[in-house]
Design a binder for this molecule. Structure first.
Ligand code: G3I
Length: 320
């Protein structure tokens, strides 16, 4: 039986969700679940580059402000996602014409305008999202093409100037998949720290699968924590149909395996030093809202009817 009276808001560290603003506006049950179970919110899409900065001289903060106002009114922390990314870019950036100074000016004013807008209301930012390849080297993003590899240093410096109190993260995926990717990211972050670049934490997305294996999760979490920086498991979901079998419906056994995977990950995270725990955020709330829904997949702790799955108890067991 589930532990009655306890919610995931009561975990020993922040428990967050990526939330969809359209669902918040149109589904009372969705909003109620956020209020009940979560202590930190990330915008699934409303704080992406194209959402906030749709044209060169145009910013649109309507949806993001709705989310942030809701979070503050309900006592939730907000994690910003994401200032710089190479994906989901608006056309005006893809087509931006200009020399290095023009790119730098655009880049700086993008970061500065957004961080200042949310100053004091957004506690932390994914300053850089998905900058690495599977070998752990920097990808040749559009930003790197025009600004050089130093774009990463600059992004953190500009964000820190705009809100010196905000905790700044580098966010990526696949830390648990292969050693070279994770080791490359960790080495890069250590070099940034040596250069006194204001970076405070590592975001591990953790889009994982029920059978990835304890040793992969252990290495990812422990080696990242060994940097001494903040660690955010920033986009957790645990696939039960990683091979994308059409029409797949999870068995009770598979949901129990998923619960066990949640338990393992929460247990590992609970064991890292408290001062480094920025929290665990799942990528949306229910299986119905997951970005993997069409696979089909059922990767989250709540089912399509907003009900607790075995994974919910797995999470509670993980922090016992
Ligand atoms: O905005 C249009 C909307 O007007 C239209 O009705 C709808 C119909 O297709 O499409 C809408 O845009 C989609 C948006 O999600 C909202 O549903 C985009 O096409 C689609 O690309 C976008 O996908 C998001 C994806 O990032 C790309 O930005 C996913 O929801 C979101 O879950 C996913 O999140 C990423 C993280 O940011 C980074 N890490 C991986 C993670 C999962 O892929």
């Amino acid at each position: 039986a589930l532990d009655e009276g306890v919610t995931l808001k009561d975990l020993p560290f922040k428990f967050g969700a990526a939330v969809n603003v359209n669902h918040m506006k149109s589904r009372p049950e969705y909003k109620a679940l956020i209020i009940k179970e979560y202590s930190s919110l990330t915008a699934e899409n409303a704080m992406k580059i194209g959402a906030l900065h749709p044209a060169k001289d145009t910013y649109n903060f309507t949806d993001a402000d709705y989310l942030v106002d809701f979070a503050i009114a309900n006592g939730k922390r907000v994690h910003g996602h994401t200032l710089i990314w190479d994906s989901s870019l608006p056309a005006w950036i893809k087509n931006f014409q200009g020399d290095y100074p023009a790119w730098k000016k655009m880049f700086e004013s993008h970061i500065t305008t957004i961080v200042k807008h949310f100053k004091g209301r957004v506690a932390s930012w994914d300053v850089i999202n998905e900058a690495f390849d599977d070998s752990g080297n920097l990808q040749n993003t559009i930003w790197r093409q025009h600004l050089g590899p130093n774009y990463i240093d600059m992004a953190f410096i500009f964000a820190h100037r705009a809100d010196p109190a905000a905790k700044l993260f580098i966010n990526d995926y696949g830390h648990e998949n292969g050693n070279s990717r994770r080791e490359g990211i960790i080495a890069y972050v250590k070099a940034l720290r040596t250069k006194k670049v204001p970076i405070h934490g590592i975001g591990m997305q953790f889009h994982t699968r029920y059978n990835r294996g304890t040793s992969s999760w252990t290495k990812a979490i422990n080696e990242t924590a060994a940097t001494g920086l903040l660690v955010h498991i920033s986009e957790l979901d645990i696939s039960v149909n990683p091979d994308g079998v059409k029409g797949y419906v999870p068995t009770a056994e598979r949901l129990a395996q998923q619960a066990d995977a949640y338990k393992t990950i929460f247990k590992l995270y609970n064991a890292i030093p408290k001062a480094q725990q920025w929290g665990i955020t799942t990528w949306n709330l229910t299986d119905n809202d997951s970005h993997l829904k069409s696979r089909p997949d059922y990767p989250l702790p709540f089912d399509t009817n907003y009900q607790k799955k075995p994974a919910y108890q797995g999470i509670l067991d993980g922090v016992k």
